[in-house]
Design a binder for this molecule. Structure first.
Ligand SMILES: C[S@@+](CC[C@H](N)C(=O)[O-])C[C@H]1O[C@@H](n2cnc3c(N)ncnc32)[C@H](O)[C@@H]1O
Length: 346
């Protein structure tokens, strides 16, 4: 067979396998499109990967072990492509600019909270009242893709197909939301950010991502290719108008959240559904409605932080907890360690 024809057959086979993994629901749409584009753009990396597999054996028998191995390698490759796409947008310069926006809100020369001064005159008055004594919660920091990918993998394990909505509470410039929209099966991704400058930047970066990647454009109606509806709103996650109680997975990069904000967030989180999950950094939720299921120290853009993954208890479990607490026997996730997978904690 001429070399060109051989190559055409090989490319068709690769596309066939990508389609197979997509149709089995293993490879969700954005990753499928990223891999497909990589093949069609003539990248040799996927060809190299497939060179290690005998496609006739894979397709003619139910060679599950080999198929699983191939899928793992393809998935890892898709994640690395996703990372390249987002690294272009979430550069060191972007992080610096985000810090500058956030610093303007956090400190001023008189030492009085600039955030409070700005917010008092705006429609964010309620938030200013909530946080004017302490604006540490507005201090900026971002997830690292590598550790966040690992955290999402763990949080999604056992979520049993509940991939409706992911919410980032304090979404900054949208790094965690874009990552979740591309690399996880959630059909809706929602980011709530109180600082207008950061929120505007998130929308600009989403626009830039969509222009650079029209085939996996995010944020539109669910009829587009990716089937992921990504939405950023500006305001406080404590405000009732921004409802995130229907989230299957919520995330708060809470390292700098002051105790009072964390306490209010813990109370609000109780509206989430049984079985839902919640990721926090540095401090766990303080509520009897949640069980801590995972805890690990990980690297973030600002250094090490302890990651907490919680699971919302059923009504009956909450009742039992309350009864135990009334009997003086614990009651919040930090106080109970059963069933936690603890890795390398302080
Ligand atoms: C550490 S940054 C995290 C950014 C992004 N989630 C990430 O991990 O890459 C925390 C963000 O929470 C925002 N924030 C703090 N309190 C908030 C509130 N009550 N409502 C909405 N956003 C809030 C801050 O302005 C800041 O942008």
């Amino acid at each position: 067979m001429p070399a060109d024809d051989k190559m055409r057959v090989k490319l068709c086979n690769i596309l066939k396998f990508l389609l197979l993994f997509k149709s089995k629901g293993l490879l969700h749409l954005p990753l499928y499109f990223l891999l497909k584009e990589s093949v069609l753009s003539g990248s040799t990396q996927l060809l190299d990967i497939f060179d290690h597999y005998d496609l006739t054996i894979l397709s003619s028998s139910s060679n599950l072990v080999h198929l699983e191995r191939l899928f793992d390698v393809l998935h890892e490759h898709a994640i690395s492509i996703a990372r390249l796409h987002l690294d272009v947008l979430y550069s060191d310069e972007n992080l610096l600019a985000s810090h500058q926006i956030s610093n303007k809100m956090t400190f001023n020369k008189s030492g009085r909270s600039a955030a409070a001064e700005i917010m008092e005159g705006s429609n964010q008055k309620k938030f200013a009242q909530d946080q004017k004594e302490d604006t540490r919660g507005l201090i900026y920091g971002e997830i690292e893709f590598e550790s966040f990918q690992k955290i999402l993998d763990i949080a999604l394990t056992g979520l049993q197909g509940k991939h409706g909505k992911f919410t980032d509470l304090g979404s900054g410039t949208g790094k965690a939301c874009l990552w979740a929209a591309i690399t996880t099966p959630f059909s809706r991704v929602f980011g709530i950010e109180v600082i207008e400058g950061l929120h505007n930047r998130a929308r600009d970066l989403l626009g830039a991502f969509n222009s650079l990647n029209p085939s996996i454009a995010l944020g539109g109606s669910s009829s587009n290719n990716t089937k992921c509806k990504l939405e950023f709103v500006q305001g406080s996650f404590l405000a009732d108008i921004h409802d995130w109680s229907d989230s299957d997975l919520a995330f708060a990069n809470s390292t700098c959240f002051p105790a009072e904000l964390m306490m209010k967030l813990s109370v609000k989180s109780q509206l989430m559904k049984p079985g839902a999950r919640f990721i926090t950094f540095t401090v766990s939720l303080d509520s009897p409605y949640w069980r801590l299921i995972y805890k690990e120290r990980m690297t973030m853009s600002w250094g090490m932080a302890t990651v907490f993954i919680h699971e919302r208890l059923s009504a009956e479990e909450v009742r039992n907890r309350m009864t135990q607490a009334a009997d003086g026997d614990g009651g919040s996730p930090g106080k109970e360690d059963d069933g936690i997978w603890v890795l390398d904690t302080d």
